[in-house]
Design a protein around this ligand. Structure first.
Ligand SMILES: Nc1ncnc2c1ncn2[C@@H]1O[C@H](COP(=O)(O)OP(=O)(O)O)[C@@H](O)[C@H]1O
Ligand code: SF4
Ligand SMILES: [Mg+2]
Length: 371
């Protein structure tokens, strides 16, 4: 793997649970992020996947410094950004930008697109001196597939997919090295999702970006990710290359998630085993002892209640050359092919990219691109 640009170690975010109005007493904690480790290599895309509430956005907010960790370290090129001085932090923040989940609420409706995309220059004027900003913003609109003449329009004049392109343009404004995309396509129509994923994919090569790409669904991240980490209740439970995770998953939770990935071929679908998890996700304020997945795991045994499984290569695979040899936090890790291999080639990236128009509409009148 290329050198790590970001190293995350033992990252925790616990929100205190308090009781009482006058004398607030802490009675517990929501362990939203509860010991996350991963590296991000320069130029790489790491997909992070897990059900709603497992702590993905909290990780994202800590990576871009919108929130401080309770404990743990986030090293950007060797420096722990959680302990930097405000001055040093400002420079780092420029290099790690976020694209938000919901393009309907994350753009200020009273600002023009030009002001939205150019806003980061107010904080970092060194990137674009005042006189050059309009041109910069128009270049960015062009880069994300929008007409540069739209610079004076307002967010409501755009479709969902176009708004997410605006969000991406804003994320690119400061020429960052890392983009943390928190479910960037979850709020969009399925037909538009692939276009936005493809845009991010092509921007990556053009601008040498590294991505942390967050999704709640394994089907979205496959084609854009080099590696994928699967999160459950505040922790990564399995991490590996896309082939390792899709074709050789060893953690029961990953296998269950994969069994729910849509399979377009009816023949393959008929032969695919669905793993239905029983029970609800436990509250992050009350995480089960031992393996946190045990209350929903069909393989759980006594050991699972007593011992926390480490995220490491399971002993059974340690001396093999099998693709199952990757980190998995399970005492009884076993390989299980869930998605038929020929299915691996299909996914949401199937429809062709056709710019900002076409199916890129979700609500409101579509503004046709001028030629
Ligand atoms: N500011 C907060 N205060 C208390 N609990 C929070 C806060 N932010 C998030 N949480 C809780 O932390 C858990 C993880 O949330 P989040 O990171 O948003 O998950 P995801 O993005 O995977 O859906 C959830 O149970 C959520 O309710
Ligand atoms: S450690 Fe036990 S409960 Fe946890 S995933 Fe493995 S088998 Fe299931
Ligand atoms: Mg989220």
């Amino acid at each position: 793997m290329a050198e790590a640009i970001l190293e995350v170690r033992d990252l925790h975010k616990h929100y205190p649970l308090t009781q009482g109005i006058l004398f607030r007493k802490q009675v517990g904690a929501v362990r939203a992020v509860d010991g996350v480790d991963f590296d991000l290599a320069a130029g790489e895309t790491l997909g992070i996947v897990g059900e709603s509430g497992c702590g993905k956005s909290t990780v994202a907010r800590m990576l871009v410094n919108l929130e401080r960790p309770t404990s743990g370290t986030i090293r950007y090129k060797g420096d722990d950004i959680t302990t930097l001085s405000p001055r040093a932090l400002k420079a780092v923040r420029r290099n790690i930008q976020m694209v938000f989940q919901d393009p309907y609420t994350s753009l200020n409706p009273r600002m023009t697109v030009g002001d939205i995309i150019g806003e980061p220059y107010e904080i970092h004027p060194e990137v674009a001196p005042k006189g050059s900003r309009r041109q910069k913003v128009q270049d960015l609109l062009d880069v994300v597939g929008l007409n540069p003449e739209y610079i004076n329009r307002y967010p409501h004049q755009f479709s969902g997919g176009q708004r997410q392109r605006i969000g991406i343009a804003r994320g690119l404004a400061l020429q960052p090295e890392i983009i943390v995309a928190d479910e960037p396509v979850s709020a969009l129509d399925v037909s538009v999702q692939a276009q936005v994923v493809n845009l991010l994919d092509s921007l990556q090569a053009e601008f040498s970006l590294s991505y942390v790409f967050i999704a709640h669904d394994l089907s979205i991240v496959r084609h854009i990710s080099d590696r994928i980490g699967v999160m459950y209740l505040g922790r990564i439970v399995e991490i590996g290359t896309d082939a390792q995770i899709y074709d050789h998953p060893t953690h029961p939770y990953t296998q269950a998630l994969l069994s729910a990935v849509p399979v377009p071929d009816p023949e393959a679908r008929a032969h695919r085993e669905r793993i239905i998890l029983t029970g609800d996700v436990p509250s992050p304020a009350n995480i089960p002892s031992g393996c946190r997945f045990r209350t929903r795991c069909w393989k759980a045994q006594e050991r699972c209640e007593l011992e926390v499984p480490a995220l490491a290569v399971p002993a059974v695979f340690r001396l093999t050359d099998s693709p199952a040899k990757h980190d998995s936090a399970c005492h009884f890790a076993e390989e299980k092919q869930v998605v038929p291999p020929e299915e691996g080639a299909t996914g949401p990236a199937a429809p062709p990219e056709n710019g900002a128009n076409g199916a890129d509409g979700r609500n409101g009148p579509e503004k046709p691109e001028s030629p």
